[in-house]
Design a protein around this ligand. Structure first.
Ligand code: ATP
Ligand code: MG
Length: 566
C-alpha cells in the first residue's frame, strides 16, 4: 500500500488537519489550493461520501453526475456571469466559446429540470451529485479545508409551492444532522445569512473547532444558535431612569475623537455616547448608530436595507463625501440616511459628534434632534449577553468550521431561467427551489480538527480509512508472520477493513506511523506474547493497551469496534 508518511509538516501548514493529512500520506499539494488525494486519503473521502449518499437516498434524493465544465450562456441567463466575480474560473474553447469550471450547479440543474418537468405531478424532485468544484478562492489555505478544487455534495430540490420546499428543507436538515453525527462530529446547526443567493431560510452546519473561520453565537440554555454575523440581540428595555430630557448643547472637545476619550473628558459612561458609523454600500453612503460600548454589524444593515453589500467607509471617503472630519460625525443635521440600533432608540440624553472638528453634542434625543430612517437590531452581539429567545440563557461564542449549508432559494433561478410548471388549475408558475451543500474534504478535515492528539489522527470509526491496523514487531520471523497473516485473513473474512504493516522497518517507526495514521484499533503481534498465546490490543482513542488471548480475541473485534462508536 502506498502511504508516504512524513516526519515533518509542510512549512505553510497552519492547522493541525492540514499537517496531519500531509504527514499521514493522505494528500499532496500540486498547486495552491489544488491537491492530489492519495489512497489512504481517498478511503476516508469515500467513507464520508457513502454516508452522505445513504442519507440523501433515505430522503428520496436521486444521484446524478453533472459536468464540471459549464457554458457561459446558462450563467448569463441566471445573471451570475457578471455578478460572480473572480472566484469563477472562466475560459474559452478552441472555437472561442466561453465556459466556466462550475463552482456550484444551480444553472445546470435548472436547465435540465425546466426542459423535462412541466407539471406539478412530477414535483417535488430532489437531485444531487458528488463532484469536483472549482472556486478561485482569494486565500486558499488549511489544505483541503479551503481548497480551490474540492469535492462537494450538492443537492437541489424543485417544488410546486413554498410549503413543499419547507418540508424538504426540514428533511434535508435532518439528513445533514445524521451525516455529521455519523461522521463522529460535534456540530451545531446555526441560522445563517442567505446573502445574495436570495430566499429567506438558510442554516449552516458548523463543526466547533479552534481553527474555524466563522464565529458562532449560541445560547447556553436553549437551542438558539446563529452565525455571529446574524445573531440577534435581545431587545433593550426602555431607559426609564432618565425621565427628564436635557436640552441639546454643543460643547468643545478638543482632540477627543474616540468613545473612550470623549467618555473620560465628559465623565460619562461609554453607554451614554452614540457612535455614528458611516458605511458604504451599493445604495451609496449611509450612517449607522450604535451605543459607544457596541459594534455595528454590516451584515444586519445590509439585510435591513436590502443592499447587495455594505461595508465601513474609509476616513478619506467620509471626509470627502460629507465634509465632516472623522471622529466627529453625528446624526444631528447629517445629510445621510441614518439607521439606529434599538438601544439607541431607547436611549435619552446621549452624546454624539457635532459634525465639526473638536465639537460634540450632549443631551441629544432621537426623534427630537434627528430622525432615523429605521430603528432596528443592527449591532454585533457579544459573549455573555442575554439570549434573545429564552428568559435565562446567555450567549456563548465559539469558532466553527462550516461543513454544510442549506438554503431555500425561492424562485430566483426558476424566474430568471424560466423553470415553469403547470399547477392543478393549468396555471403556469415558477418552481420553488432549494439548494444544499456539504464539503466532503472539509468534513474529513474537520473530523481531524476535533479528533487528534500530539501523535496524530484519531479517526472516528465510521470514516476511518481502516478499522484495524495489524503491526507485527518483526514480520520476518516465521511465527509472527504466520499469526499476522492469519489475523489479517480472519478479519477480512469478517468484512473488517484491515491494514497489515508488513514493512521491514524498526518497530518504533511502525508504532509511530500507526499513531499518526490514527486507525481506531491496533493489534501488535510479537514473539514473546505469542508464545504465551497473547497479542497486544491498543485503542487509539484512549491510548490504552491490553493483552488478549490469540486467536480468540479476533472474535471480539467487531464488538470492540462497536463499543468505539459511542
Ligand atoms: P465558505 O463561506 O467557507 O467560503 P461557502 O459558503 O462559500 O463556504 P457554500 O457555497 O455554502 O460554501 O458551499 C457548500 C459547502 O462546500 C460548504 O459548506 C463547505 O463545506 C464546502 N466548501 C465551500 N468552499 C470550499 C472550499 N474552498 N474548500 C473546501 N470546501 C469548501
Ligand atoms: Mg456557505
Amino acid at each position: 500500500m502506498f502511504i508516504p508518511t512524513l516526519k515533518e509538516s509542510p512549512a505553510d501548514a497552519e492547522v493541525v488537519s492540514h499537517k496531519l493529512m500531509v504527514r499521514a500520506g493522505m494528500i499532496r499539494q500540486v498547486a495552491s489550493g489544488i491537491y492530489s488525494i492519495l489512497p489512504l486519503g481517498l478511503r476516508v473521502l469515500r467513507k464520508v461520501e457513502q454516508i452522505i449518499r445513504e442519507e440523501m437516498n433515505r430522503i428520496d434524493g436521486q444521484e446524478t453526475f453533472l459536468p464540471s465544465i459549464q457554458p457561459a450562456e446558462l450563467w448569463q441567463e441566471s445573471g451570475r456571469w457578471d455578478f460572480y466575480g473572480k472566484e469563477l474560473l472562466r475560459f474559452k474553447d478552441r472555437h472561442g466559446r466561453e465556459f466556466c469550471y462550475g463552482p456550484t450547479h444551480e444553472e445546470i440543474i435548472t436547465d435540465i429540470v425546466r426542459k423535462e418537468v412541466k407539471s406539478y405531478k412530477k414535483l417535488p424532485l430532489i437531485l444531487y451529485q458528488i463532484q469536483t468544484k472549482f472556486r478561485d478562492e482569494v486565500r486558499p489555505r488549511y489544505g483541503i479545508m479551503r481548497g480551490r478544487e474540492f469535492m462537494m455534495k450538492d443537492a437541489y430540490s424543485f417544488h410546486a409551492d413554498d410549503a413543499s420546499a419547507r418540508e424538504t428543507y426540514q428533511k434535508m436538515a435532518g439528513a445533514y444532522a445524521n451525516i455529521f453525527k455519523r461522521c463522529g462530529l460535534r456540530f451545531k446547526m446555526v441560522e445563517a445569512d442567505s446573502g445574495t443567493i436570495g430566499g429567506n431560510l438558510s442554516h449552516e452546519f458548523a463543526v466547533l473547532a479552534e481553527s474555524g473561520e466563522d464565529h458562532i453565537g449560541f445560547c447556553d440554555s436553549c437551542d438558539y444558535a446563529s452565525n455571529l454575523e446574524l445573531a440577534e440581540a435581545k431587545a433593550p428595555s426602555p431607559d426609564d431612569d432618565n425621565p427628564k430630557l436635557d436640552d441639546l448643547k454643543e460643547i468643545s472637545t478638543p482632540g477627543k475623537k474616540s468613545v473612550k476619550e470623549v467618555a473620560e473628558y465628559l465623565s460619562v459612561s461609554s453607554k451614554q455616547i452614540v457612535k455614528t458609523i458611516v458605511l458604504d454600500s451599493d445604495q451609496g453612503l449611509i450612517a449607522g448608530l450604535v451605543r459607544g460600548d457596541r459594534e455595528i454589524n454590516p451584515t444586519k444593515l445590509k439585510n435591513l436595507i436590502g443592499a447587495e453589500w455594505v461595508r465601513p467607509a474609509d476616513a478619506k471617503t467620509i471626509s470627502e463625501e460629507t465634509g465632516i472630519p472623522c471622529g466627529f460625525v453625528g446624526p444631528v443635521g447629517l445629510k445621510l440616511k441614518v439607521y439606529a440600533d434599538r438601544e439607541v432608540g431607547a436611549l435619552k440624553n446621549f452624546v454624539t459628534g457635532a459634525n465639526k472638528t473638536d465639537a460634540h453634542f450632549t443631551g441629544v434625543q432621537i426623534n427630537r434632534d434627528f430622525q432615523a430612517e429605521k430603528i432596528a437590531d443592527i449591532r454585533k452581539v457579544m459573549e455573555g449577553e442575554p439570549c434573545p429567545r429564552c428568559p435565562s440563557g446567555t450567549y456563548q461564542v465559539k469558532r466553527g468550521i462550516e461543513v454544510g449549508h442549506i438554503f431555500i432559494l425561492g424562485t430566483k433561478y426558476s424566474k430568471s431561467m424560466k423553470a415553469l410548471f403547470l399547477d392543478p388549475n393549468g396555471k403556469e408558475r415558477p418552481m420553488v427551489m432549494g439548494c444544499y451543500g456539504v464539503g466532503v474534504g472539509r468534513t474529513a478535515a474537520a473530523a481531524i480538527e476535533q479528533n487528534h492528539d500530539e501523535k496524530g489522527i484519531i479517526w472516528p470509526v465510521p470514516i476511518a480509512p481502516f478499522a484495524v491496523h495489524i503491526i507485527p514487531t518483526n514480520y520476518s520471523q516465521e511465527a509472527v508472520k504466520n499469526a499476522s497473516d492469519s489475523a489479517y485473513r480472519n478479519l477480512q473474512e469478517k468484512n473488517i477493513e484491515v491494514l497489515l504493516d508488513d514493512r521491514p522497518d524498526r518497530l518504533g517507526v511502525k508504532l509511530n506511523d500507526a499513531d499518526l495514521l490514527g486507525i481506531p484499533l491496533q493489534i501488535i503481534i510479537g514473539p514473546k506474547n505469542l508464545e504465551a498465546g497473547k497479542v497486544e490490543i491498543k485503542i487509539r482513542k484512549t491510548n490504552t493497551s491490553e493483552l488478549h488471548d490469540f486467536p480468540g480475541v479476533l472474535e471480539n473485534i467487531p464488538a470492540i469496534l462497536n463499543g468505539l462508536l459511542s
